[in-house]
Design a protein around this ligand. Structure first.
Ligand code: ZN
Length: 283
């Protein structure tokens, strides 16, 4: 005789569960999933409408209890709701001060740590939004998260705005090749030998090759863009940057020197570094 996995009573020969218990369990599970969605939307509504947070907590705790949602799952739902609120705040443009303050209140009320909120990088995303908003308002952002042990010598009055670690740095190299013709072949000068002009016409082909030059730390300050890797280290003054190219995972940068080769940096988040440099150079 098998025992029912739901109620523990005898379920009958070769049976694992009562049919009714299975149905009841399935229904409860569906209801639990539905109430998780409801909890999420309660958090999101509270986050945008500045609803009473003690009331929110009371409500979602009650919902969790009645659907057997344990406290660790409830906490992960609050985190998920907070993350959704950040994403939503970015959907309609820049993160506003009001949106940021609501997110901070929610974080503090539910005692959520930055580590918890940053497992999917969403806490950092909020900081990025805050930094960009300051820059767009002409304010030099105060970023206390910045590591003070940076491998750069800042000038007087220079302040780090953001530091990117493990940045892949690429340089573009121009290669010239001759295809066809006799370029490269040494021709003995001899009397009576005649080479037709066509022999000299190797076609000049220029190819741009992007090579991975280094990996290191990139820092944007109110004056420069710094990079420091294993073998390469340099800084570029803001007003020497003539163009920026936006990629999904980084930026391309062109300096004003005629000889300067395009440089690119992969930070993982092209949108942010592009806006960061664009606005930092306007300060
Ligand atoms: Zn049963």
């Amino acid at each position: 005789m098998g025992k029912c996995i739901f109620c523990g009573e005898s379920a009958g020969f070769l049976r694992r569960a009562h049919k009714e218990c299975q149905i009841k369990n399935d229904r409860e599970q569906r209801e639990r999933e539905a109430s998780k969605q409801l909890i999420l939307s309660e958090i999101e509504v509270a986050g945008v409408s500045k609803r009473d947070l003690p009331l929110l907590k009371q409500k979602i705790t009650k919902m969790a209890e009645s659907h057997k949602i344990d406290s660790s799952i409830l906490e992960s739902l609050v985190i998920c709701g907070w993350e959704n609120l950040v994403e939503r705040a970015f959907d309609d443009g820049i993160l506003t001060e009001e949106e940021e303050s609501n997110l901070t209140k929610l974080k503090e009320y539910f005692s959520l740590s930055e580590i918890q909120l940053d497992r999917r990088g969403v806490f950092t995303k909020m900081l990025k939004g805050s930094v960009l908003r300051d820059l767009m308002n002409g304010i030099l952002p105060e970023n206390e998260k910045i590591d003070r042990n940076l491998p750069f010598n800042f000038q007087k009055g220079e302040k780090a705005i953001w530091v990117f670690q493990d940045v892949d740095y690429y340089e573009q190299k121009k290669r010239i090749e001759y295809v066809g013709g006799s370029q490269g072949v040494s021709i003995r000068i001899a009397k009576g030998l005649y080479y037709r002009t066509g022999s000299f016409k190797g076609e000049r082909v220029e190819t741009e090759e992007t090579i991975h030059a280094d990996t290191g730390t990139l820092c944007v300050t109110n004056k420069h863009v710094y990079f420091s890797g294993v073998t390469k280290g340099f800084r570029i003054k803001h007003d020497k940057i003539v163009s920026l190219q936006l990629f999904s995972d980084g930026i391309g940068l062109q300096r004003d020197l005629a000889t300067a080769k395009p440089q690119s940096f992969v930070t993982g988040d092209g949108w942010f570094i592009y806006n960061l440099i664009t606005n930092a150079t306007q300060l």
